[in-house]
Design a protein around this ligand. Structure first.
Ligand code: ADP
Length: 506
């Protein structure tokens, strides 16, 4: 038996054990690292190097420990037999470890490439995310813009005062705005009921839709076609219709958009203008005629009065001449009214106390025209300051109104003259009220027309109110009428206290 050199023995056995322990510690660390990132090629590589190292350490340390044991046991022969095997295993393990080490550069490059690819991938992903976000933002913006424009067009459709309809090519109503629903259905809530109804139901002339449809087919649109629509209450309303074909209406196929404008007001104005034109020509003509016959009438009156002087009162000739005189005077009154109506003199501007003016007129009226059974009352607002008017003309207006009131009450009734000061407007109101026959509704729109009269022939010229109206207008004022047939009327003259405004004078 060979006695071992103990220091070397201790280093060999202890070192071998330490080698095993350290290599397995390395393997443990490498295993842990690989688990943490199983896709890391470098960590996989490190793991396999550690496996090789641990195998080599185990084999080599086992060989050395076995050798020391066998030598200590005096079995050198057995060690001699085992030694080549131990060396062979060591060599193989070392070769394997070396081979793994040879791959290091490739593994390193592959790892680098993978890292680069991974980085590029991460960047591409970030870019993709950014593009995606941008797309989402754009889509959001578009959706908002679309919603805004949709809301805007909806509002136009809803608040338009003219009826707007969306029809299918056969003329069935698909959509109708509140103005249209109000016109055709009597209320904005009728829109639901009207959807699906044929437009021809609301046309005074059902053939009109066929003509519009044909024109739209030919040209794609129609403009300002005159139609008559039947309103919910059955009244026919003239409208100007414009329609256009829309080949693709929000996915519902072709449609016709129609807008109708109420032209009743325009027609009424046109008629009024024509009427005003007619009146102006009548005015001119009658002024000419009045002028021509005024002088002969004067001559007839003069001669009649001359002849009367030579006749004994009560004789038949005297009575006949009186009749002629009466009628000539009546003719002259008409002619003078006509001339007043045609004359357009500017009002004089003088400061007057309106109540004094009214009292003078009332005094004259009471003395000469009112008759015994007509009560005359007055109610004056004493706050009215002095006003600037043409006193003679205003007296003429008041007398006219009083005469009409007297005629309205007939033999018996009450006539009141009321004044009011309209502080805020700086205007005064003079109302002539009566409890007479009142004015029929059908007559009310015409009472200011020249020659309009309901009085029997010979009693009225129909010029009193139109002359009065002209005078008051030239003062910058107006005449308002309220009347109830059978109950009485109120004619209110409203005048600016400061005189006619300049534009009225022109
Ligand atoms: P005239 O008095 O010559 O008929 P006017 O122009 O003064 O002409 O009046 C026109 C018409 O207005 C009258 O014929 C009458 O029908 C109506 N009218 C005017 N004033 C009154 C009134 N106070 N009450 C009832 N009807 C009136």
């Amino acid at each position: 038996m060979t006695v071992p050199f103990w220091p070397l023995f201790a280093v060999d056995v202890g070192g071998s054990l330490a080698m095993i322990a350290l290599s397995f510690l390395c393997l443990g660390t490498a295993t842990h690292l690989r688990r943490a990132d199983p896709e890391s090629l470098l960590r996989i590589y490190l793991f396999w190097v550690c496996v090789g190292l641990a195998g080599f350490s185990l084999s080599r340390a086992a060989g050395h420990i076995a050798r020391q044991g066998l030598l200590l046991a005096g079995r050198e022969d057995l060690w001699a037999a085992l030694r080549p095997y131990s060396s062979a295993v060591n060599t193989l393990l070392f070769v394997a470890l070396a081979a793994v080490t040879l791959f290091f550069e490739r593994v390193w490059k592959a790892t680098e490439r993978i890292a680069r690819d991974r980085l590029a991938l991460r960047r591409a992903r970030a870019e993709l995310l950014e593009v995606n976000r941008e797309l989402e933002r754009l889509a959001g913006d578009r959706a908002r813009a679309l919603a805004f424009s949709e809301r805007q067009y909806r509002r136009i459709f809803e608040v338009a005062r003219d009826p707007i309809l969306v029809l299918d090519p056969e003329g069935t109503i698909r959509e109708i705005n509140p103005a249209g629903a109000k016109l055709l259905g009597g209320g904005e809530e009728a829109a639901d009921r009207l959807r699906g109804a044929p437009l021809v139901r609301f046309l005074a002339r059902p053939g009109a839709w066929r003509e519009i449809g044909a024109a739209i087919e030919r040209r794609g649109f129609v403009q300002n076609v005159e139609l008559e629509l039947r309103r919910a209450d059955g009244v026919l309303l003239p409208v100007l219709a414009s329609a256009v074909r829309d080949r693709e209406s929000g996915g519902e196929g072709a449609a016709v958009h129609l807008i109708a404008r109420d032209i009743e007001e325009r027609r009424r104005l046109q008629e009024q203008m024509a009427q005003a034109d007619r009146l102006a020509s009548i005015g001119q003509l009658s002024a000419g005629v009045a002028h021509e016959i005024n002088n002969p009438l004067g001559v007839i009156l003069g001669y009649t009065q001359l002849l009367l002087r030579g006749e004994a009162p009560g004789s038949e000739r005297h009575r006949d001449l009186k009749t002629i005189e009466k009628h000539v005077r009546h003719c002259k009154a008409i002619v003078e009214d006509l001339l007043k109506f045609a004359r357009r003199s500017e009002p004089k501007q003088e400061k007057v106390d309106i109540h004094r003016t009214i009292e003078e007129v009332l005094h004259f009226f009471g003395q000469n025209a009112a008759g015994g059974r007509i009560r005359l009352e007055s109610d004056f607002d004493r706050r009215i300051p002095e006003v600037v008017v043409d006193e003679k003309k205003i007296k003429q207006v008041l007398l006219n109104l009083l005469m009409n009131a007297r005629h309205a009450v007939g033999g018996e009734g009450t006539i009141r003259v009321v004044t009011r000061w309209l502080e805020e407007e700086g205007k005064l109101a003079v109302a002539v009220e009566d409890d007479g026959c009142g004015i029929e509704d059908k007559d009310l729109p015409h009472i200011f027309d020249p020659f309009f009269t309901t009085k029997p022939t010979g009693e009225g010229t129909g010029l009193g109110l139109s002359v009065s109206y002209g005078i008051v207008r030239r003062h910058g004022g107006e005449i308002r009428v309220e009347s109830r047939p059978g109950k009485g009327s109120v004619f209110t003259v409203v005048l600016p206290a400061a005189g006619a405004p300049p534009e009225e004078e022109t």
